[in-house]
Design a protein around this ligand. Structure first.
Ligand code: NG6
Ligand code: CA
Length: 502
């Protein structure tokens, strides 16, 4: 063979290879915690708990200090993550019961559908809580649809709602896992059904003290009183302590199965949502009680994912996004000695409020984006939200999105090239607040100022509130009377956003 030819062949191959690497789309994994607070991780300042695996992610990526879920509860935040729309635009998007119908319209763009348009394989592993099927009445013993598949996930392994709601089963591609056809499942949220003991009638069977199980006193599964009644499906019922291993295994399998092609994985963990029952290997480890233990378990799972990516050689070109659906809560209906064992830990850090509140503790979340191949490590104060992933990825892939009207393309902020992010952002609890240029206006509200059961500072007041988050991140100093013009300006902006339909 002639030398010249050989040389050009080598150069050709080398540049082809270079081209292929440069063009390769990143894998994307969203790791989504449930009820994790802004102050729950050591990389966000926690000193009473150590989360080395998430800290490592923050160290190699961008750690956002003004990154938000859209709401201070689960369903509306997840709705926005999936649709790019604020949940308050649509009725019936509050915390859903376990038998709810799917609330995501299947004709619009969804986050996974953007990835599908860009040629990705899409997977969902973990908590769903966005409803299944067309109606409340449904047959859990057949494929339940529409569901994740119709929303844009090629593969799904989920539990339908929350760990404290029936049916307490896993569903793989919308079929209950381990179902014995001779023991069919029925679910009811109104009337007691079946012969299983309930928490109300049989408190002696519960793993957690019954008198403090607020609202969690219906069908008992695995020693835990649940919300809702369930009959049948005995073999299919999960054991809470093994949920994290099951989800982790399925997430790792999805990564392994798609290591040769670009994939998008939405890995939605259950920690540290109630009921908090860690695996034995984490029991007592945090010395902060159950809530601390399950945070260590969550951190461990993150480490298992990053280890696997490294092992497969995918770590450099995989973007990992880590965040949570709403702020922290200590007492959420099960008595697990959260307050007694806090030991000075501050789940919301220096923020006021938490889950259920309109304050920053409700929606400002740990928010980390790591992509070693493209993103330089650092800290960003840009105002960003999970609602923006849809438009940002659509722009990055150059694909069209449909009806995601509240999602903004903040790709440059997500990748560290812009420190500002959004112009403004709307936060939701049972009411609304708007943030612009670090001014935060909270609408007057008739809601309770303090939720007794959960010990939550809701942030509700019958009069308007205005805070300057630049020097008052803890929302202590209400400036409403001092700056009526600012309130007017922000109320006008908020109302005009509310009026938008397309
Ligand atoms: C509440 C539950 C709480 C939790 C929450 C939803 C009671 C007293 N409280 O109604 O335990 O399930 O709903 O949490 O039942 S979320 O993270 O899914 O929004
Ligand atoms: Ca939640």
């Amino acid at each position: 063979m002639n030398h010249k030819f050989l040389l050009s062949l080598i150069i050709g191959l080398a540049s082809f290879n270079f081209y292929a690497t440069a063009q390769k789309k990143p894998n994307v994994i969203i790791i989504y915690a449930d009820d994790l607070g802004y102050g729950d991780l050591s990389c966000y300042g926690a000193t009473k708990i150590k989360t080395p695996n998430i800290d490592a992610l923050a160290k190699q990526g961008l750690r956002f200090t003004n990154g938000h879920a859209t709401a201070s509860t689960c369903t509306p935040s997840r709705y926005s993550l999936m649709t790019g729309r604020y949940a308050w635009r649509k009725k019936g998007t509050g915390v859903l019961p376990g038998d709810a119908a799917l609330i995501i319209p299947t004709g619009n763009s969804s986050l996974p559908s953007i990835f599908q348009q860009a040629g990705y394989k899409t997977g969902l592993v973990g908590k769903w809580h966005l409803g299944l099927g067309n109606a409340v009445e449904k047959d859990w013993n057949k494929e339940v649809k529409p569901g994740p598949k119709e929303v844009g996930f090629d593969y799904s392994f989920i539990f339908p709602a929350t760990a404290d709601r029936v049916p307490t089963v896993f569903m793989e591609n919308q079929l209950v896992v381990g179902l014995d056809p001779k023991d069919p499942i029925t679910v009811d949220y109104k009337n007691p059904i079946g012969t299983d003991p309930t928490g109300k009638d049989h408190p002696e069977l519960l793993k957690m003290p019954a008198e403090a199980n607020h609202g969690h006193n219906q069908t008992i599964v695995n020693g835990i009183g649940r919300i809702g009644y369930m009959q049948g499906g005995k073999l299919a019922r999960w054991t809470d302590e093994e949920i994290p291993f099951t989800f982790l295994t399925k997430a790792k399998n999805f990564i392994e199965d798609h290591k040769q092609e670009p994939f998008f994985l939405y890995y939605a963990l259950t920690e540290p949502h109630v009921p908090r029952l860690s695996a034995t290997m984490f029991k007592g480890k945090s010395e902060l009680g159950n809530r601390g233990d399950v945070i260590l378990q969550l951190d461990w799972a993150v480490g298992e994912i990053t280890k696997q990516l490294k092992y497969l050689g995918l770590d450099k070109n995989t973007m990992i996004i880590f965040s949570s659906d709403n702020g922290p809560v200590i007492m959420d209906g099960y008595e697990d000695q959260g307050f007694e064992k806090l030991n000075g830990h501050t789940p919301a850090g220096s923020l006021r409020g938490g889950k259920y509140s309109i304050l920053e503790g409700g929606t400002r979340e740990p928010f980390i984006i790591s992509w070693p191949a493209k993103i330089k490590p650092g800290v960003s104060g840009a105002l960003v939200s999970q609602i923006d992933f849809l438009a940002s990825f659509a722009s990055f892939f150059n694909v069209e999105s449909k009806n995601a009207i509240d999602s903004k393309n903040v790709w440059n902020a997500f990748t560290g090239k812009d420190q500002k992010g959004r112009d403004f952002f709307i936060e939701q609890s049972n009411q609304l607040a708007i943030v612009k240029d670090n001014w935060k206006y909270i609408r007057p509200s008739k809601g309770e100022a303090f939720y007794k059961l959960t010990h939550t500072d809701s942030g509700n007041l019958p009069t308007a509130q205005l805070y300057n988050l630049n020097d008052d991140l803890g929302e202590k100093n209400n400036l409403a009377l001092k700056y009526p013009e600012k309130i007017k300006e922000l109320e006008t902006l908020l109302s005009s956003e509310e009026a938008k339909t397309r």
